[in-house]
Design a protein around this ligand. Structure first.
Ligand code: FAD
Ligand code: SF4
Length: 472
């Protein structure tokens, strides 16, 4: 008699994620180095082994650029880290960036089957691990390119939307030039998101990869002023233009005293610090006000980045003032936690009324009003309602306004034929096509301020459509 086959015992699933080491809060507030330190190869294999290799992987449906998530996780389990990086790169040109700043908790990770009972696989951390392994070990292989097809495409703006469109088009055989107004490419990745969340050398390496693929860069060019889109499509000989100029126009509150010294828009504050390296002044030319009592108005990622930058620039106290409650804070949970651990104070249900300055015209005080939550508004969130007679003051010598951003009209105003919506963003038809022949658009200039991966998804979709249109 043959013995009944013994069922192989399944290894129990590790319910929680493998923790990622990070710099201690008390140490990191004194430097601009990256906070999370990344997985070791052993930690990465351990975490990737949590993936169930689902037949119908829902996580992929949560990724706007459809990264083959189970595929790259399997390669990590097998120890083929460079292969994992190549697998991600076949659909995502900026994996080291996405692994750091994508809101994975709302995207791929929120769809992971494990999330129903346990913690989801840490997809973002593993994406970062694979991309870092490839870069740090110099095993980056250039993707295969189609032969040149003789057509030229201009990309306006070198943020994630423009870079993704450029990367996809160059692989399809186009002669691609990216025009950028700043002296460094990368868009918000370079001048918005601080070094301690996204080191600039990583953005530089990802841009460098595109240059090695053949993408050309023209920096310090204001499209709409130095050259128009009609000139690019006309005498400059481009067959198509992709517009990815972002939504970098700062929004102000229109409150009394907003023009005092020491009141910055987050956009100016972060650009001075990130792009102009103001934190190294006077070694670098650009100065920055280093407040001791800093107030940041707003509750999104931009507010968290500003607050944490102010701490690293030597502030004694940094207070985030937000008019709704903590539950409504729009920033990523991880960013809120990091800010809190570093000592940022959260003053919820508070709205600014006015700013007052000293004789030198520098801000000294912010007048505020307490709020309570009323009925839900159009967004479904409970509306903040002022509490009568609740005025109070906050002493402050630096205020950073992180209350949103808008569309910069410079390019859109100088381009006849583009249709804009009521907020000044470019209206597109399907696949990023605009009303103007030969012009596509995508990223924040179409959607308003969104996410890196959404901008990349838009760049990808437009690139595919430009190819269909130019090649029939
Ligand atoms: P951008 O990144 O804004 O790039 C546009 C580029 O076009 C810029 O380089 C600009 O200089 C250039 N340009 C503009 N006008 C012209 C012109 N006329 N001629 C030539 N060039 C021009 N998203 C996340 O997913 N995760 C995060 O953690 C996150 N944190 C953020 C933190 C901050 C401080 C900010 C500001 C944004 C953050 N975002 C985050 C949002 C995200 O960065 C943006 O949604 C994304 O960068 C949009 O990409 P884009 O390519 O459309 O535009
Ligand atoms: Fe998830 Fe972003 Fe990676 Fe896509 S690119 S798999 S959304 S982390």
């Amino acid at each position: 008699m043959t013995e009944p086959k013994k069922k192989k015992k399944k290894k129990p699933i590790q319910k929680t994620r493998t923790p990622m080491p990070e710099q201690e809060a008390s140490v990191r507030v004194g430097n601009f180095d990256e906070v999370p330190l990344g997985y070791t190869p052993e930690q990465a294999k351990q975490e990737a082994a949590r993936c169930s290799q689902c037949k119908k992987p829902l996580c992929v449906t949560g990724c706007p650029v459809e990264v083959d998530i189970p595929g790259f996780l399997k390669l990590i389990c097998e120890g083929d880290f460079a292969g994992a990086a190549r697998r991600i790169k076949s659909t995502n040109a900026l994996p080291a960036v996405c692994g750091r700043v994508c809101p994975q908790e709302d995207q791929c990770e929120s769809k992971c089957i494990l999330a129903k009972k346990f913690e989801s696989v840490a997809i973002g951390r593993l994406e970062r691990f694979a991309a870092d392994y490839e870069r740090n070990n110099n095993v980056v292989e250039l993707a295969e390119k189609a032969p040149p097809n003789g057509k030229r495409v201009a990309i306006v703006g070198s943020g994630p939307a423009g870079l993704t469109a450029a990367g996809d088009l160059v692989l399809l055989g186009y002669d691609v030039t990216v025009f950028e107004v700043f002296h460094k490419p990368g868009g918000v990745l370079m001048y918005g998101i601080p070094e301690f969340r996204l080191p600039k050398e990583i953005v530089e390496a990802e841009v460098d990869y595109l240059i090695r693929l053949g993408v050309k860069l023209e920096l310090n060019v204001v499209v709409g002023k130095s050259v128009t889109i009609d000139e690019l499509l006309g005498e400059r000989g481009y067959s198509a233009v992709f517009v990815g100029v972002g939504a970098g126009l700062p929004v102000f509150l229109g409150l009394p005293g907003e023009d005092l010294g020491g009141v910055y828009s987050a956009s100016e504050y972060l650009t001075r610090s990130n792009l102009m390296k103001a934190y190294l002044f006077p070694a670098y030319d650009t100065p920055i006000v280093r407040g001791r009592g800093v107030t940041v108005i707003g509750g999104g990622n931009v507010a968290m980045d500003s607050a944490r930058t102010a701490l690293r620039l030597g502030a004694k106290t940094v207070t985030i003032v937000y008019r709704r409650s903590r539950e409504e804070l729009p920033a990523r949970a991880e960013e809120i936690d990091h800010a809190e651990h570093e000592g940022v104070v959260f003053r919820m249900l508070t709205a600014p009324l006015a700013f007052e300055g000293n004789e030198q015209g520098m801000v000294q005080k912010m007048k505020c009003l307490s709020m309570e939550l009323g009925e839900p508004d159009d967004s479904g969130r409970r509306r903040p309602v002022p509490i009568e007679g609740s005025e109070f003051d906050i002493d402050t010598d630096l205020v950073i306004l992180a209350v949103g951003s808008g569309a910069n009209p410079l390019l859109t105003k100088s381009t006849p034929g583009l249709t804009l919506n009521k907020w000044g963003y470019i209206k597109t038809l399907e696949h990023g096509r605009t009303d103007k022949a030969g012009v596509w658009a995508g990223g924040d200039i179409v959607t308003g301020s969104a996410t890196v991966i959404d901008a990349m998804g838009a760049g990808k979709e437009a690139a595919a459509d430009i190819h269909r249109s130019l090649m029939g």
